[in-house]
Ligand binder design. Sequence first.
Ligand code: FUC
Length: 753
Amino acid sequence: MFYDKPAAQWEECLPLGNGRLGMMPDGGIEEESITLNDITLWSGGYQDANNYNAHRSLPEIQQLLLAGKNDEAEALVNKEFVCTGAGSGSGNGANVPFGCYQTLGSLRIKFVHGKNETAHKQYSRSLSLHDAIAHASYTLDGVTYQREYFTSFANDVSVIRLSANQKNKLNLEFTLSRQERFTVRTTDSLLMMSGQLNNGTNGLGMQYLSVIKPIVTEGEIVHTDTSLRIVNATEAILYISAGTDFRDSLFEGKIYERLNNAVRTGYANERKAHLQKYQKLFNRVSLSIGEDKVNLLPMNERLAAYATAPAEDLDLPVLFFQFGRYLSICSTRAGLLPPNLQGLWANQIQTPWNGDYHLDVNVQMNHWPLEVVNLSELNLSLVDLVERMVPNGQRTARAYYNAAGWTAHVITNVWGFTEPGEQASWGAANAGGGWLCNNLWQHYEFTHDRSYLERIYPVLKGSAQFYKSILVKEPEHNWLVTAPSVSPENHFVLPNGKQASICMGPTIDHQITRELFMNVIAASKTLGLDSSFCQELEKVVKQLPPPIRIANDGRVMEWLQEYPEVEPEHRHISHLYALYPASMITPDSTAAWAQAARKTLDVRGDDSPGWSKAYKLLFWARLQDGNRAYKLLNELLTPTTATHINYGAGGGSYANLFSAGPPFQIDGNFGGTAGVAEMLLQSHAGFIELLPALPDAWRISGDVKGLKARGNFTVDFTWKEGRVTHYTITSSESQKIRIKVNGEIKEITTTTG
Ligand code: FUC
């Protein structure tokens, strides 16, 4: 990714990250601003926002729903069935107990250049996905200045190397700051910023510390009270170490330890160790489509050119795909936290929607590519997060539904929030817990790791216990359904003309319930556990509504009733959960359902926020319509600079390839990456299929190595003129499997490796 100017907006800065620390330099010439992040830095704190009386109003809410009085039920939900306190603070929760993911602050570097020339020459700024290293360089007054930045996967610090190609020409001053809650200190050779965020109760929330140590060649370091100056040097290396006390009271010592380790290791060795660790993950997958061409256009211009002639730049979708893999590697690691709404990168105190974990598609989408793009272990931070939610989820299940097991609604944070949100229309969705279980299950489907299945089984079982104990019989068909719930964030018109969201049995809930129960049954058989519980689940599955019901107009029904919709083009398409991420619909085995899904998508339309476009791309890939999937992918790559919230439309990509809702939301990147993989390889229908949704524009030729299929198979293949010309399926032990290649299903024996 290459640019010929410094970033004009934050969404043009190049993101670096090592799964914990993030850094986004803007490449400024006279002054550089670098946003710093730590994935754990959250305001707010642990709280119990359960309304323990809520279950008392459950019978009345359910009676109102059974009587078709959804509006009255909704009023009661708003009164009794929401969290106590401020909840998410309407998405602005930085100073309430829910909290907000926040920027760690900015590193500002002011450069003092020579006095003769003011205009720079030969500016360039770039990010290498292959190395996870960014560069900037320019010539001024006859001196070429270079900057190299990386967040090291080795000693877990960020590193910036600044240099001049003439002796003693490097003069600069740097400082650390934040919009609030910070103190800066210096010693002879260290710059430190520390502070404590608001926990929303007594103010004494999470503590953080950042420390920078410069090492200079031929020059000296001078300190002021709040900054360090580097005078007449030729090279300076800034080592930046940072952390928080999130689940770690000994954090300060570790910050200095990492800093000292990196300084001792030295720049060249740190860089080398960084490359080795990063590339171990990144190099697992290679993809090329058409002939490899070197594209020398700066990214802003390249995106603009792509928008008018996508077929001329077949490498851009490949870059976008690999960029998504890069962002996953950079924004999470096993044992830490999953990527949030902005992954790891935030430049505000009040990040949009608190930069939280939204459970009605967003955090799940963040993890959709991981298995197929061969980054399986990066799913484990989500597993940790979910396990830590369970204790509060059990309290929530009891408080609101008097139910066994655990549940979660629409939002969670690093503090284990599982209560409904503060408003019924979006906050009372029941799908959150079950949908998370789908992610946990996918990791098992791809890896077949039995000890992992043993680990997650109690979480899946607890969620199944919850759904089993809350289902009620609806009167028309005697199906067992959830009540109250909502179809995520959507609303409808009642016969009395009023609008409502609260309902009984939204389609997504019973699709999730069915899938979860089937997974728990399969898991219990594999592990030889709980046979009587499974028999009970088997009985309940038979009483659930069918996964897909088709309305009179040929679309998939989103609710139990054919309510008129308030917003037919609504961004959420939750009732197609059965198509993706579940695998209840395939164009061959359930053709009528597939047709209803197509109709549903056509009426919804394609324009929407980035994540919704990515979801539609995945749906069309599952429907094996490569050209429509490609259209959505290209729309996801539409250049934009807009940063205001647009719920309905306008998804695209910023110049740094971050996905725009708008605003910046990383799920569009991850969903897009999953979408490209799904166009090339699918494995959910009982066999591995190569090129299930290849668009005409990509027929020419291609080569992919290292993708993963369910059952722990590694898949490599090449194609020419739309036909697979060579393939290898590798597994640890030789196995017979079914594979669909060039339209034909056959049995093959895998290669061992
Ligand atoms: C869901 C979406 C919004 C936004 C928010 C973070 O609520 O409906 O578009 O993505 O998450």
